[in-house]
Ligand binder design. Structure first.
Ligand code: KG4
Ligand code: ZN
Length: 343
């Protein structure tokens, strides 16, 4: 059975995992850096890169020991090669190259976004191509038709902030810790989702793109007004994000014949978002798939799995494979007007 070591280091999680071609996770470890970045309210790239240097080698040792396997037993080493914070990406990719070189194993340079995109296929062996993917994380918010390994058509992206970024910024305004998504979700459970009038940017517009910057500004004004309970702001904010995601995804579904709607990325860990998308899929007569929460936020299992999918097609990379800060899944997708660095 094919055995892949996966490594992830594109943002603030260092992770290693061993996954087999028949969908078994033999071992996995993730070490987050939340406390290191918390004083700054966001991820500091230099701190992240240094932490990956310190942590990753130990994680590789740990998963190998836990699964009782040696480097010689591996069929390939899969490491995130981008997109992400370039210092961290270089650390993980170089660690992967080191293991591949030492063991004489093939290297697979994995696109982190493809890791998220293929993660539902690790859980659901019956999930075939094509499917419509809402990829919502801290760095991205896109709708993609997934047609096969390495074959993506982007239908929409954000013209400003990513959905997870909006959660993180709203959380900061509410005095909640980073990362903001889980903190807002917990606080929203105590609040009323219709208490604070907030905008739904781009809802109803003709292309299924996203925008969250105006929502953040509205949260800022609601907090500054002192007129609302923080829990009501959190609940109303979360509802506004849900409404934006649903409206935009509905439009994309109308433009795609894909039989299944899939949501992945850190934001897909949100219960309200998962439930709303499941309802949408039912209304639109599509199947719905979402990975479990632990597989939505950054991890190395999804990188190892993407490696397994690629190796099965004979797709390996040379040891010279570059680290990339930007690496769109759909290279042909045009830059959207108003788009910043996240397109
Ligand atoms: O996929 P991910 O772990 O890292 C990136 O590739 O960006 O996504 C992290 C993002 C953060 O912005 C975090 O606030 C958000 O996912 N997130 C959530 C939840 N858990 C994580 N957003 C909303 N609700 C959650 N429960
Ligand atoms: Zn991610």
């Amino acid at each position: 059975m094919i055995l892949i070591l996966g490594l992830e280091s594109s943002c603030d999680d260092s992770a290693a995992a061993l996954v087999t071609g028949d969908r078994q996770v033999l071992a996995e470890a993730v070490v987050g850096q939340n406390s290191a970045h918390q004083p700054y309210g966001g991820v500091v790239p230099e701190i992240a890169a240094r932490a990956h240097v310190e942590v990753l080698p130990g994680l590789i040792r740990q998963v190998l020991d836990e699964a009782g396997v040696a480097i010689a037993d591996l069929d390939a080493v899969a490491a995130t090669a981008g997109p992400g914070l370039i210092g961290g990406v270089m650390v993980g990719l170089l660690a992967g190259k080191g293991v591949a070189l030492a063991g004489g194993k093939p290297l697979i340079a994995v696109n982190h976004l493809e890791g998220h995109a293929l993660s539902p296929r690790l859980i659901d062996g019956g999930l075939g191509f094509p499917y419509l993917l809402l990829l919502a994380s801290g760095g991205h918010c896109q709708l993609l038709e997934v047609r096969g390994i390495g074959r993506y058509r982007r239908l929409a992206t954000t013209i400003d902030d990513a959905a997870g970024e909006a959660f993180d910024k709203a959380a900061k305004l509410l005095g909640l810790p980073y990362p903001g998504g889980p903190a807002i979700e917990a606080m929203a459970a105590e609040g009323c989702s219709s208490a604070v009038p907030l905008p739904r940017p781009l809802v109803g517009s003709g292309e299924p793109h996203f925008s969250f910057a105006g929502l953040k500004s509205a949260v800022q004004r609601a907090v500054a007004s002192g007129a609302y309970r923080p829990a009501d702001i959190a609940a109303s904010f979360q509802q506004a994000v849900v409404d934006c995601l649903i409206d935009r995804t509905r439009l994309a579904l109308e433009r795609s014949a894909a039989p299944t709607l899939v949501v992945a990325g850190g934001v897909a860990a949100n219960g309200a978002i998962r439930r709303a998308l499941q309802r949408l899929a039912e209304q639109e007569g599509r199947r719905f798939a979402v990975p479990p929460g632990w597989l939505c936020t950054d991890n190395a299992v999804m990188i190892a799995w993407a490696g397994a999918e690629r190796l099965a097609l004979g797709l390996t990379d040379p040891l010279e494979a570059p680290a990339r800060a930007r690496w769109p899944l759909d290279a042909a997708a045009e830059t959207v007007r108003g788009a910043g660095v996240k397109a």
